[in-house]
Design a protein. Structure first.
Lengths: 211, 693
């Protein structure tokens, strides 16, 4: 597996270079950007990653960048750096989902701890995301009738009730139900319900945007 | 004791308007002089041979040309012509010969006068050796050249029986003698004016009369009587003491008058076969007389001129000494003169009175002056003085504190000159001590004021400063961490580790540079004028102010044109910019968030001036207060001291700059200030910045 990526966005050349060094020596793939715009236009692969972001960037500020990228589905966790202990900004940033808020100068221990926490968050986020993607892929394989049957099944309806509701035979419903179980890769009704729960969460996330 | 008229009054370019009737007077004088001269010339002819010993008309003409402005030379010639015709035609000379003689006489006078005019730019006075030698040269050249012409005319007209060269020689000698006798007389007497003669003291008149009597008595006795016949020729020296007396006591005018008197007496007596020179044939006698006069005349004129020069030099020395004494009395400054070899000090009249010491109680040598200096200034002052002596500098300057008798200290400016011999060895040190305590205190006050305003600016910049220093500190900490990690990983001094250490060093320097910069702003300091690019300075200030500006929600943009280097004190200009930026931001405190903006531009006004504009979008300045905002203690701010803009203006004025304010058409105000470029040297020279009040 490749090294986790840490994106560093800071307009100060020396600070940027020094932070990259520490992270590189700590075994990360450190990638540095001098401005928010530079970060936004850069190509990023789908590796485990986090962002170390300076609050006081010229042009688009760190908080503005956070707001901009937060809307995307695959936003890595953000660690903010600030020159001064600005409480208002830090509260705003943390509310917007920042993992940590570090004050410069930042020592290695604090930085690496924060990065590790952020990467753990990222791993969790990625895991969740993969799972959701998986469930959705399975769901996408269902025919519309199967989806209807799926919905009724997880609501706890019996085959007979479903057959009555759709005006078909119980045998047909059984066949659909078997298809749903197979396509959704559920071994039992309990598993199917749990998959449905995750699917619902994912759909809500897609329709409503990020939390 | 001769009378001296001001040479400058005759200086070229300062033409004196001739009084009414001057032309007529000139005509009459020249006519009469020329006519009389001719008659005298004829009278002094040695009979029975028609040899004239002295031919005055040419000399009179020569003298007339010398004393009138050259635009009137035609008038002199016009007056001489009728006199010439009248005198000559009486003698029965053919008209052609008469006219020829007029031409040769004219030629002589014109050559002589032109020659003098070329050699001596100012009017001839016979009061300088240069005048006398120019005159002798001109007179000789004129007679020498014109005699060829004259002899030619005589031969052409078949007049007389003399050979060409005899005529030439006779004319040369007689005309040269005449020039010697009459030109100095006329020129010097013409320069005396009646008012001055009227002011002559009785003792001088008596002396002049005694001289005249003595001179006439001796000359007549020797040359015009039979007395001397037995003891000749030694007696010809008898008039000499009187001639010397005249030169010594009555200057060039007296000498030439005495000489003319002797000349006429000698010629007349000798012509009559009297005196030591009248004992041979008329032609030989004539030659003797001429040579005698030609030897004595120039020597006498030279002597009188040399004496006059000397008297003038003495008088100007006396005058300058008196002026110097007056200057010393007028100023309170102390002046000392130090003999380098003996270390002896001589003080001007006041001594150190200006500092409260008794006038006769000034220190006698350098060592004792050093004891009067403030202990902190001693070494520096000694070094400055000794350095100037050792480096071969002609001048030195020092500033030090001098103890007064009451124990307080005066700030003193010492300005000195080192006198050296031909081998550049120092002989004397001459210096003035000026009390600059008041000026010093005023400077100190304005420096404190400027510093106070800078401290205020620094206070407002705290956020910026913290950020600017925090960045390198932050990079340093991370780099130290990085280095530790490399070492932990078993690094033994790789190039990577070195790079990390290099970065630590440069960030450390960057932090200390910023601290220096702030310290520079905070320090109380003297003005240091240098050349720099105003745009660089603006960028540096904006970097410092940037975070503060952003924090206050102000948009900043610049339009910095390429401009020549300016000449000023960097810190002062930074202060000016900071004051204006903060002023602009304060003015925009009530401006809505998105509209706050500062716009900074630079431009070149002309070769010698660069302008910087700071434009804000604040509340502007009430029009009736536009000309008062730069006054001290005038403020529109609730808690302002009213010193910022007044200090800003005084800082700019120190460097020959200016500032004004105007309201923008839309919103806010624009402050424009100018600074001199390196091209302009006039009003703010590099070494001596003008002091601000």
């Amino acid at each position: 597996m490749s090294q986790p990526v840490v994106h560093i966005v800071d307009d100060d050349d020396s600070v940027r270079e020094a932070l990259s060094r520490v992270l590189r020596y700590a075994g990360f793939d450190a990638r540095a950007y001098a401005s928010a715009v530079e970060f936004l236009v850069a190509e990023r692969d789908d590796a485990p990653s986090c962002i170390v972001l300076d609050v006081g960037l010229p042009g688009m500020s760190g908080v503005e960048l956070q707001a901009a990228i937060g809307r995307r589905e695959s936003t890595p966790p953000i660690i903010f750096l600030t020159g001064r202990g600005d409480v208002a900004t830090s509260v705003r940033a943390m509310k917007a989902g920042a993992v940590d808020f570090l004050t410069k100068p930042v020592d290695r221990k604090a930085l690496l701890t924060a990065v590790n926490v952020a990467l753990a968050c990222d791993a969790e986020r990625r895991h969740r995301r993969d799972e959701i993607r998986d469930v959705r892929e399975r769901f996408d394989r269902l025919t519309s009738r199967e989806r209807e049957v799926f919905a009724e099944v997880v609501r706890g309806k019996l085959n007979k009730q479903i057959a009555e509701a759709f005006g078909t035979s119980i045998r047909t419903v059984k066949a659909h139900r078997a298809q749903v179980m197979a396509k959704m890769e559920a071994g039992s009704l309990a598993e199917l319900v749990s998959v449905a729960g995750r699917l619902e969460t994912a759909q809500r996330a897609t329709s409503q945007g990020p939390p | 004791m001769y009378v001296d008229t001001d040479r400058a009054a005759y200086a070229p370019g300062r033409q004196r308007a001739e009084p009414r009737g001057y032309g007529f007077q000139l005509f009459v004088l020249v006519f009469a002089g020329y006519y009389l001269g001719t008659r005298i010339g004829l009278a002094l002819t040695f009979l029975p041979n028609p040899i004239s010993v002295l031919w005055p008309p040419n000399a009179i003409l020569f003298a007339a040309l010398l004393v009138v402005p050259h635009r009137l030379w035609w008038a002199v010639i016009a007056a001489a012509l009728p006199a010439h015709l009248l005198a000559e035609l009486q003698g029965g000379v053919p008209i052609a010969m008469v006219l020829c003689w007029f031409v040769s006489n004219m030629t002589e006078a014109l050559i002589g006068a032109a020659c003098v005019r070329l050699l001596v730019r100012e009017p001839l006075t016979f009061e300088a050796l240069r005048d006398v030698s120019a005159f002798l040269f001109a007179a000789f050249v004129a007679t020498f050249a014109s005699s060829f012409l004259d002899s030619g005319f005589v031969a052409l007209n078949h007049w007389g029986r003399s050979a060409y060269w005899d005529t030439w020689r006779v004319r040369l000698l007689s005309n040269f003698t005449a020039s010697l006798t009459f030109v100095p007389l006329i020129v010097t007497f013409r320069r005396l004016n009646l008012a001055q003669l009227g002011a002559v003291k009785r003792s001088q008149s008596v002396e002049a009369a005694a001289l005249l009597v003595g001179l006439l008595g001796v000359t007549l006795a020797v040359f015009d009587s039979g007395i001397a016949a037995s003891v000749a020729p030694a007696l010809i020296y008898l008039p000499l003491p009187f001639l010397l007396w005249a030169a010594l006591r009555f200057g060039p005018a007296g000498a030439s008058a005495a000489f003319a008197t002797v000349a006429i007496c000698v010629i007349w007596g000798t012509g009559h076969g009297l005196g030591p020179l009248g004992m041979r044939l008329p032609a030989e006698n004539a030659l003797s007389v001429q040579l005698f006069l030609i030897f004595v005349g120039p020597a006498l004129l030279c002597l009188a001129a040399a004496l006059a020069e000397r008297a003038r030099a003495q008088r100007s020395l006396l005058l300058s000494d008196r002026r110097f004494q007056l200057v010393l009395q007028a100023t309170k400054d102390s002046v000392y003169e130090r003999d380098v070899a003996t270390d002896a000090l001589w003080w001007s009249g006041n001594g150190l009175a200006q500092f409260g010491y008794a006038a006769d109680n000034a220190p006698g040598n350098f060592a004792s002056t050093v004891e009067m200096l403030h202990p902190d200034d001693r070494e520096r002052t000694i070094r400055t003085r000794a350095g100037a002596v050792d480096n071969g500098d002609p001048l030195w300057e020092a500033e030090f504190r001098l103890r007064r008798p009451d124990g307080t200290y005066a700030h003193v400016h010492e300005q000195g000159l080192i006198v050296r011999d031909a081998g550049r060895r120092p002989l004397q040190m001459i210096a003035t001590l000026t009390d600059v305590t008041e000026r010093h205190d005023a400077d100190e006050f304005s420096q404190r004021l400027a510093q106070a305003s800078r401290l205020t600016a620094i206070g407002e910049l705290t956020a910026s400063i913290a950020h600017e220093i925090n960045q390198p500190m932050s990079a340093i900490l991370s780099n130290v961490d990085a280095a530790e990690m490399l070492l932990d990983a078993g690094d033994q001094g790789s190039s990577e580790l070195r790079r990390v250490l290099d970065d630590i060093r440069s960030d450390d320097l960057r932090a200390s540079e910023i601290i220096q910069h702030i310290r520079g702003l905070a320090k109380k300091r003297k003005t240091e004028v240098e050349q720099f690019d105003i745009n660089d300075l603006i960028r540096a200030v904006l970097r410092l102010v940037g975070p503060t500006v952003k924090q206050r929600g102000v948009a900043l943009d610049t339009d910095l044109k390429r401009v020549p280097l300016v000449r000023a004190d960097r810190i002062h200009v930074q202060q000016v910019l900071l004051n204006l930026l903060f002023n602009g931001m304060d003015a925009m405190s009530t401006t809505p968030d998105g509209e706050r903006a500062l716009h900074i531009t630079t431009s070149q006004i002309d070769m010698m001036t660069v302008e910087v504009r700071v434009r804000d979008r604040g509340h502007g300045v009430p029009p009736d207060q536009l000309d008062r905002i730069f006054d001290s203690f005038f403020t529109t701010k609730k808690n302002g001291m009213g010193l910022g803009l007044s200090i800003t203006r005084s800082l700019l004025q120190t460097h020959g700059g200016a500032i004004r304010a105007e309201n923008n058409g839309d919103a806010g105000a624009t402050f424009r200030f100018t600074l001199p470029t390196v091209e302009r040297r006039g009003d703010a020279p590099p070494d001596t910045p003008r002091r601000s009040g």
